[in-house]
Design a protein around this ligand. Structure first.
Ligand SMILES: [Fe+2]
Length: 326
């Protein structure tokens, strides 16, 4: 028996390649087989991970799309200022980039939510309409309803500017007739809770700032009141307004960067490319504080992801700010 086994081993060695001969052959084969099994398992695990990631991405896309379409997010912010009368709080509700969208029939859901927030002032930071639409009823009806809650201060965006100056629309006249404070490179004073506010509206983008905005801002900056400036374009604060003393600037336009990543912020806007500097939230600048609304509608047909339509509340009082956005 021992002899036969030995002969078989010898036969095997005779037919084997030189590499297979010698001690350790079994071990090498075992290692090769083990490596093959391990590779197969790793490949299967990798495929399962890729499949899972694809499923999660698809689910997130549709979930984000759903949120973007239907679900308003009310965000709360505050800032303190020595210009605000001690022991008082003034509440702003900020809307921007509605683009004729309606939340509920005739914007009743939006109006109800704003009423529940009990604002002192309602701020509209531009692009509340679409330049290509002639029907002004959605914004006029909304303003009519909101004026029963609080005064409205309206700073035009690029879509209003197109209607005002290119299309010859009478939107500005109709808003003024309703009692909306439409601010076209001018400011109005108002006293709320014993605090004097000078609310300005700057309509120009960066390109036209020197021609249309610089003179107004030079005068505006001299005021000792709380300066609240509605300027649709956040990029004005990159340079043109970077050194301007503004107590609170309110902007829109970037739509939150459309897709928002945690700890990063908005990904994209056509004006600035990837990662716009101020894509949404409160920002402390060297000479001012600005709030950039994420807006309420998609942009150019591109969906908002992780970026719900925003209805912002800003309380201006003596409390200390705790956090600012990235
Ligand atoms: Fe917009």
């Amino acid at each position: 028996m021992w002899k036969r086994t030995k002969e078989k081993k010898e036969e095997g060695r005779a037919g084997a390649s030189p590499e297979d001969r010698g001690p350790g052959k079994g071990l090498r084969r075992a290692i090769v087989a083990g490596v093959k099994i391990s590779c197969r398992r790793r490949w299967k695990r990798r495929a399962a991970e890729v499949l899972l990631m694809a499923l999660v991405s698809v689910a997130m896309f549709f979930f984000g799309r759903y949120l973007s379409c239907n679900d308003l997010e009310v965000t709360f912010h505050h800032l303190s200022s020595p210009r605000v009368a001690a022991g008082t709080n003034t509440r702003l509700v900020v809307l921007s980039d509605l683009h004729n969208r309606e939340f509920g029939p005739d914007n009743r859901d939006l109006t109800r939510q704003i009423a529940a927030l009990k604002p002192d002032l309602i701020i509209m930071a531009g692009d509340m309409v679409n330049a290509w639409e002639d029907n002004l009823d959605p914004i006029l009806n909304l303003c009519g309803d909101l004026l029963e809650i609080a005064p409205i201060y309206y700073g035009p965006g690029n879509h209003e500017n197109y209607l005002f100056y290119e299309k010859g629309s009478d939107l500005e006249a109709q808003l003024l007739e309703k009692g909306v404070h439409v601010l076209v490179n001018r400011a109005e004073s108002v006293t709320v809770n014993r605090t004097g506010f000078l609310i300005g509206g700057l309509t120009t983008a960066v390109d036209g700032y020197e021609e249309y905005g610089a003179e107004f801002i030079e005068e505006y900056e001299k005021s000792k009141d709380f300066k609240l400036l509605i300027a649709h374009y956040p990029s004005l604060y990159y340079e043109a307004l970077a050194d301007t003393q503004i107590d609170l600037g309110i902007c829109g336009h970037f739509h939150g960067g459309l897709v928002r990543l945690p700890f990063v912020g908005g990904i994209y806007h056509g004006d600035t490319g990837f990662f716009p500097k101020y894509s949404g939230g409160m920002y402390r600048l060297p000479h001012s504080t600005i709030f950039v609304s994420r807006g309420m509608e998609d942009h150019s047909g591109f969906p908002r992801i992780n970026n719900r339509p925003e209805l912002a509340v800003i309380d201006i009082n003596g409390r200390q700010e705790t956090e600012f956005s990235r």
